[in-house]
Design a protein around this ligand. Structure first.
Ligand SMILES: C[S@@+](CC[C@H](N)C(=O)[O-])C[C@H]1O[C@@H](n2cnc3c(N)ncnc32)[C@H](O)[C@@H]1O
Length: 280
């Protein structure tokens, strides 16, 4: 195994992959079913020829720009493993800011009903329901295929009985109120998409990225219908791009909401806008 690991990480480094060591480890760990301590202790493990072929194939895919999570079809988010397919966004660590800030806000009094607009893999809603065993949720997406992935993940994490899945253009098919609304909508200005890293541009679905000319199209649409979805004491948590804090704050306020906080991600960048109905 040691020789394969060494050659895999060297070939990834030569190919310009940012994290050759980590990527090689994850691939070998998955295919060989070994632990991190096997790498640390330097244990030598016999590799069968079919395993060698699979590793080679995965290293080639990584060199061609496919992220490791896409190659393996799974991604860890909030300590849970989510299945991902080409139909859903690869969940990002920054999005955990929504989970962290909502948990802190609600403390010992969790919301009963949660709405996730643009659920994708279901990672946000499923992580929240995992934390709050009494809560129920509605997962909305315009993509039927994404909803199927979210449903599979909900079953995997045993929260499927607490989620309804609704195919809808944002709020179009919704007629109920929630204590908590969460969303990580598409927010990349469309002219920027061609310049994104190939890992993103070639592998995340365009529906999950494209925020229209300004990047703000989804927020405009969501905020315009939010009034009838959010309870009097309810809260909304919306992920934003690194430079969208002022624009999204203005859009929320123009729709009559009060911005309660901007929550920073681990890099210190304002990543989540928290809103309430204020004094309305
Ligand atoms: C940035 S992804 C977020 C996925 C997931 N919530 C996450 O954080 O990993 C945005 C999601 O919004 C969905 N979406 C895009 N436009 C939509 C619309 N008009 N109505 C409902 N969902 C939409 C996409 O299909 C995609 O799953």
């Amino acid at each position: 195994m040691k020789d394969i690991y060494k050659s895999a990480k060297e070939s990834l480094a030569r190919g310009g992959v940012d994290t050759p060591d980590l990527d090689a480890r994850i691939i070998l760990r998955t295919i060989l079913g070994i632990t991190d301590s096997d790498f640390i202790t330097g244990a030598d493990i016999k590799v069968e020829s079919h395993e060698r072929d699979r590793i080679k194939n995965m290293i080639e895919r990584r060199l061609a720009g496919e992220p490791v999570s896409r190659i393996l079809g799974e991604r860890e988010f909030w300590g849970l493993t989510f299945r991902i397919t080409p139909d859903v966004l690869d969940p990002r660590p920054d999005t955990e800011t929504i989970i962290d800030s909502a948990l802190k806000r609600f403390g010992t009094n969790p919301p009963k009903k949660i709405l996730d607009l643009g659920t994708g893999s279901g990672c946000i809603l499923i992580a929240l329901l995992h934390e709050w065993p009494q809560a129920q949720g509605v997962a909305v997406d315009m993509s039927e295929k994404a909803l199927a992935v979210a449903e599979e993940n909900a079953r995997l994490h045993k929260v499927d009985s607490r989620i309804r899945f609704i195919c809808s253009d944002w709020d179009s098919n919704l007629n109920e109120c929630f204590d908590l609304v969460v969303s990580n909508p598409p927010y990349i200005p469309n002219q920027v998409i061609a310049n994104l890293d190939r890992e993103v541009r070639n592998h995340d679905p365009i529906l999950a990225l494209d925020g229209g000319d300004s990047g703000l199209q989804a927020y405009k649409k969501i905020f315009s219908g939010l009034d009838r979805l959010i309870n009097a004491e309810g809260r909304g948590f919306f992920e934003i791009g690194y430079d969208q804090q002022n624009d999204v704050t203005r859009l929320a306020e123009d729709s009559g909401f009060c911005v309660e906080a901007i929550h920073a991600d681990l890099a210190g960048i304002g990543r989540v806008v928290e809103i309430s109905r204020g004094d309305k």
